[in-house]
Each structure stands twice: as structure tokens, then as C-alpha cells.
Design a protein around this ligand. Structure first.
Ligand code: ADP
Length: 633
């Protein structure tokens, strides 16, 4: 237990370090407790959502205690981005990994041994080598931080076998504390981390999972490409990630967006590693606005100003959805997460899951049941008319008692889908089912829809289906809506779709009940949405001079380019907006801007204030000539 004055002293030192290096005035929830555990050398597990500020928790203790701590990180790109960012703040940190030339490695090791670094980043593979152990002894290491600690667990989504070896730390360095950090919310993963790392009576800190700055929208997919394009247009020149299920789909969509003038590229695990790295770098230097990716685009993305994450189709679990949308708005500013979904998505996943279970020897059935259950939760999230913040929070075992979130399509009342009347639904369903019967249950959705629309399609004519009584029977609907109706019937179990490569529509017992008017059906007619403004957006843009903000962004991009570092390590968007709001022109005022510490004031203050002054002068000049013009009228 620390005495009152020592505690105050220690709190002051933490606050002073945070202000000096990072320019932040306050700590975020649980950061103080996590920093205390680091300073007291008590093992800890810190679970904070993405963007919660985990890095600061392990960056502060060695700076306050003047020591060198070790950070284990799974990816070189993550280490690089953090070190670039820390260096811009004047904080001494370095990494040892295979990408660093041998002589530079020796210099880094010497700097660490001489106590000149606060943090030394290392991969798990390097940590277990005898050479590195010798270095750790020279450093007299007191604490290890394990970043992305869920990589140690089989139950997580990014299992890394090398992380398993970290179990030796407590044995080999009994006097050093171990601090695990993750954003993964499940209890099972947490328990696994504590057990695997052999944490000794750890402080366990679990933050709130709700991200109030994220605006969630879940929208039925009708014309997917056009919907995606319109969302991207809402975020012109901003960072957007689009997640697709297949590699082919990422390539097709990225090419399409390029033809429409969007600075987009695709990213998936099938691409050459150089191509992937290049795309990632262009994205972090703001040379690319949109990355269309599979789930392979993940942990390495450190760009904090991602303003929109689009899911082109339903992901297979809420855990995946949370992880992927977590990449939006890490800087705490507003960001939009749009999920486009169709009943077809769940069916596609189900087919893939069944196939995977068949290929698996042993507990295939259990795994299948578990994954179908997760898929069911995800589908519920997309379709239930319940606040999306509430659903997500409760899914992860926390309560949400805030009433309306004002930051999801449900609470904003954007959802204008209407249920067709019972009689109308039933009539539409019967026409669809009759058509399936008329084509002898030998065709798929596309063909049946064409017949119902009365299409002049070659195949329809070839099979003589233009002569059927159901030809053109639903031609008062458009193709997208009709296709959606067919999927809704399949979802409701009144029509079957085979699990073959080219799925065919088949009638079942329930279909006949519908045809005989013995069973009700309900169809929803999805409507185009009107996107409403949110309080989150209004608050984070309040009083910001947008023209000035764009000019400051341009300067940031230029400096980042000259220094070959990601743009966000120069200043985050929150800092630029604060500058464009308060327009500081003196050093003292500049230091009060969010995210400006001593080093950044010295390095960048004059350049940014130059832009602000010029902008102010131009505005004053424009106002004066307007006044002059008024005087002459
Ligand atoms: P996580 O690793 O939990 O996803 P980060 O450590 O990357 O989150 O932090 C997210 C962003 O929030 C970073 O830009 C970081 O500098 C910023 N941040 C962290 N702590 C604070 C704080 N106390 N005040 C303001 N910004 C903070």
C-alpha cells in the first residue's frame, strides 16, 4: 500500500509523463489501474476494446520508473508503427526483429543494456533465443508486456503457436512481472491467457466493450455494388475498409471501385507478401483510401482514422464482426460501420461450415453445432429490430442500460422496411412456389426470378419457360426485390435450396401447405434507407473549420511522406480537428491542443501554426473585401 503523499506523487508523475510525451490531459478508463499494476510489478490482464488505449498502459510505467521494459508483439508492422509513433513523441523505444540489419541490432542491444530505452519490442520467436536471454539479464528486466495476448489461445481468432512458448517467462524471470493485453472479449480466452502465461494472482481489468463513437447500420443488400459505392461517397477521401467473404470478390470490387475513381486496392492472403505490404503502407500513408479485403486484413492495420468499415456480406460470427468493426474510429472520433446482408449469406456460410465439418475427422459435429450457433447470433444481430449497441454489448456479457444509443439505424429510425400485408405476402409466395413447380424443381433462384419477371432471357426461351402460366406473373416487382423474397421463403423453411454447387429450388411439405392456404407467410419489402445525422458526428465536428482541417491534413501527409512514416504518427485526426477548432497561433496555445507534447510542439508547431495563420489571414481578407463590397452597394 502506498502512503497518501507517495501516491499523489506517483499519480502526478504519471500525469506529467502522459502530458509531456503524448500531450493528453486525462487517462482513459482503466488506464490508471493498468499503469499502477505495471509500476507495482504486479501481473495483470488488461482487456480493453480496440482503440481503448492499451499501448499507453505499458508505455508509461518504464518512462515513470526509468527502466527498460520488454513488449512482445506478433507483427513487425505493428512494432514499426508504434516505434515510429513513439519516436515522434521523443520517447526512446526500439525493436529487435529479423528486418533490422545486424550492426543496428548490436547498437539497439547496447542502448537497451545502457538503460537508454524505455521499451524494447520483440517477436515471440526472438524472445526465446539464448542470445536474447543474455540481453535480458544485462538489462535486469523488470516487466514484460504481451501485446495481442489472445494469440496464445486456441479459442481466439489469431492463434499463434509461437506465443505458447511465452509460458517460460515466469519461470525464467521470476522477479519480472508479466502484463497481458487484448481486446478479445470472451471469458474462455481470458482464462486461457492467465493459465498459459502462468500469471501470478493477476490484477484483471476488463473495460466496457461498447464503442459509443461507432455508428452501426445493418442494411439488406439489394444492389450491393451501388450501395457500397454510395457509402464510400459519403466518406470521400477518408479511410474505408470493405470486408468481403471471398478473395475473388475483393479483386472484383476493388477493380470496380477503381473504375469509378476511388483510390482502392484489394488485400487477401493469396497475394504476394510484398504486394500486401505495399498496400498496407500506401493505406497508412494516406495514398489509398479504400482497402477491399478478406479477414486476412487485420492485426497489422494501425491506421487510427478509419472512418468507415463496410461488410459486403454477413460475417460468420459476432466475434468476427466485433473484431473487424473494431478497426474503425480508433482515434475516438465518429466512424460508421455498415453491414450489408442478405439471407443468401447465411446459407452460403452454412454450406461452407457443413463442408468443413465433413472434411474434419473426429469432433466435426460439435464444431459444426458451435459454428452454426454463432452464425445464428450474427444473423439475429443483422435482422433483429433492437438497438445494435445494446445487442453487441449484451452479447459480450455486459449490460447496456442507456436507452436509445442515437448511433445505430434502429435508434435513428432509419429502417423503413415494410412488411407486405398477409394476403399480399401469401399471394407472392404462392406465385413463386408455383413457378418452382412449373420449372419442375430443376432450376436455381436466378432462373425462377427471370421467369416470374417475364424476362426475354435466352435460357428461359430455350426451355420454353416463356410459355408457362407463371411467366411474367410478378413483373410488377424488380429483380432485386424478387430475389430477396425468394431467399426469405428459403429462410422461413417454406422452400428448399439444394446444397449443390449450383443450388436448385425444391418444394417441401411446408411449400404445399402455403400453396393450399394452410400456412401463413410474411415477406418484408426492404426499402432504400435515408441516412440520418448523428449526435456523435455533430459533436466531434463541432466548431471545426473543415477547410482548415483539410489543409492541416495535407501538411500532415507531406511531412509523413518526407519522413517515410504513417501519417497518423505525426498527428491523429483528433489533434488536427482540435487545431482546426481552436486555431492556436502561439506556442503556449499549441501545447494545449489534444495530442501535442513537448517534442511535437518543437518539431511541428511552427509548420502547423504557419498554415493556421495563413488560413486566418485569408479569411480576414475575404471578410474585409466582402464588407467593402457591401459598403459599395
Ligand atoms: P488499442 O491498442 O487499445 O487498440 P491504442 O493504444 O492504439 O489502442 O490507442 C488508440 C488511440 O488512442 C491512440 O491514437 C492513442 O494515442 C490514443 N490514446 C490512448 N490513450 C489516450 C488518452 N488517455 N487520451 C487521449 N488519447 C489516448
Amino acid at each position: 500500500m502506498m502512503a497518501g503523499s507517495t501516491l499523489r506523487n506517483h499519480t502526478d508523475r504519471v500525469r506529467a509523463a502522459v502530458k509531456r510525451y503524448w500531450g493528453y490531459d486525462a487517462l482513459r478508463p482503466l488506464q490508471a489501474e493498468a499503469i499502477d499494476a505495471g509500476l507495482a510489478n504486479r501481473d495483470s490482464l488488461v482487456v480493453l476494446p480496440t482503440g481503448g488505449g492499451k499501448s499507453l498502459c505499458y508505455q508509461v510505467p518504464p518512462a515513470v520508473a526509468s527502466r527498460t521494459d520488454i513488449v512482445v508483439s506478433p507483427l513487425i508492422s505493428l512494432m514499426k508503427d508504434q516505434i515510429d509513433g513513439l519516436r515522434q513523441c521523443g520517447y526512446p523505444a526500439a525493436a529487435l526483429h529479423s528486418g533490422i540489419p545486424t550492426d543496428a541490432q548490436a547498437d539497439i542491444a547496447n542502448a537497451a543494456a545502457a538503460g537508454k530505452l524505455h521499451l524494447l519490442f520483440v517477436s515471440p520467436e526472438r524472445l526465446v533465443t539464448p542470445g536474447f536471454h543474455q540481453l535480458l539479464e544485462r538489462v535486469s528486466v523488470r516487466a514484460f508486456a504481451i501485446d495481442e495476448a489472445h494469440c496464445i489461445s486456441h479459442w481466439g481468432h489469431d492463434f499463434r503457436p509461437e506465443y505458447r512458448q511465452l509460458a517460460f517467462l515466469k519461470e525464467r524471470f521470476p522477479n519480472a512481472s508479466v502484463h497481458a493485453y487484448t481486446a478479445t472479449a470472451t471469458e474462455r480466452v481470458r482464462q486461457d491467457i492467465v493459465a498459459q502465461l502462468r500469471l501470478n494472482n493477476p490484477t484483471i481489468l476488463v473495460g466496457r466493450f461498447d464503442r459509443p463513437n461507432l455508428i452501426y447500420r445493418a442494411i439488406p443488400r439489394l444492389d450491393g455494388d451501388q450501395q457500397i459505392f454510395e457509402i464510400i461517397q459519403r466518406h470521400e477521401r477518408q479511410a474505408v475498409i470493405v470486408y468481403c467473404i471471398t478473395r475473388k470478390e475483393t479483386e472484383r470490387l476493388a477493380a470496380l471501385l477503381q473504375t469509378r475513381g476511388v483510390r482502392a486496392a484489394c488485400y487477401h492472403a493469396g497475394l504476394d507478401s510484398d504486394v500486401r505490404r505495399h498496400t498496407q503502407e500506401r493505406f497508412s500513408r494516406e495514398e489509398l483510401d479504400v482497402v477491399v479485403a478478406t479477414v486476412a486484413f487485420g492485426m497489422g492495420i494501425d491506421r487510427s482514422d478509419v472512418r468507415c468499415v463496410i461488410h459486403a456480406a454477413l460475417p460468420k460470427s459476432i466475434e468476427h464482426y466485433q473484431q473487424e468493426t473494431g478497426r474503425a474510429g480508433r482515434d475516438g472520433l465518429e466512424a460508421e460501420c455498415v453491414l450489408l446482408h442478405s439471407p443468401a449469406d447465411a446459407m452460403k456460410w452454412e454450406r461452407l461450415m457443413r463442408r468443413a465439418a465433413e472434411d474434419q475427422i473426429g469432433n466435426g459435429d460439435d464444431a459444426l453445432r458451435a459454428s452454426l450457433k454463432m452464425l445464428g447470433h450474427m444473423r439475429g444481430f443483422a435482422t433483429a429490430p433492437i438497438c445494435r449497441h445494446k445487442l453487441l454489448t449484451e452479447h459480450f456479457g455486459q449490460t447496456y442500460d442507456q436507452g436509445s444509443c442515437s448511433a445505430c439505424d434502429i435508434c435513428l429510425h432509419e429502417n423503413t422496411d415494410e412488411a407486405a400485408g398477409d394476403d399480399e405476402s401469401c399471394a407472392i409466395a404462392q406465385k413463386i412456389l408455383s413457378c418452382v413447380a412449373r420449372v419442375e424443381q430443376r432450376f436455381g433462384i436466378g432462373h425462377v426470378v427471370k421467369v416470374l419477371l417475364g424476362s426475354n432471357d435466352k435460357r428461359v426461351r430455350q426451355f420454353g419457360h416463356h410459355e408457362l402460366s407463371t411467366y411474367g406473373l410478378l413483373n410488377d416487382h424488380d429483380e432485386k426485390t424478387l430475389t430477396n423474397f425468394v431467399y426469405q421463403l428459403v429462410e422461413q423453411g417454406v422452400l428448399d435450396r439444394t446444397e449443390t454447387d449450383r443450388p436448385l429450388l425444391k418444394l417441401n411439405a411446408a411449400s404445399w401447405e402455403v400453396l393450399r392456404d394452410e400456412r401463413p407467410v410474411r415477406l418484408i419489402r426492404p426499402k432504400p434507407r435515408v441516412v440520418k445525422a448523428t449526435q456523435v458526428e455533430a459533436a466531434s465536428w463541432a466548431d471545426v473549420d473543415r477547410g482548415l482541417f483539410e489543409q492541416l491534413r495535407q501538411l500532415r501527409r507531406q511531412i509523413a511522406f518526407d519522413r517515410s512514416v504513417p501519417a497518423f504518427v505525426i498527428f491523429g485526426d483528433a489533434s488536427l480537428r482540435d487545431m482546426a477548432r481552436r486555431k492556436p497561433t502561439s506556442r503556449a496555445d499549441f501545447l494545449n491542443i489534444h495530442g501535442v507534447g513537448q517534442r511535437k510542439l518543437t518539431e511541428f508547431g511552427e509548420q502547423f501554426m504557419g498554415v493556421i495563420r495563413k488560413h486566418g489571414a485569408r479569411a480576414a481578407h475575404a471578410a474585409a473585401s466582402e464588407e467593402g463590397a457591401d459598403a459599395h452597394t
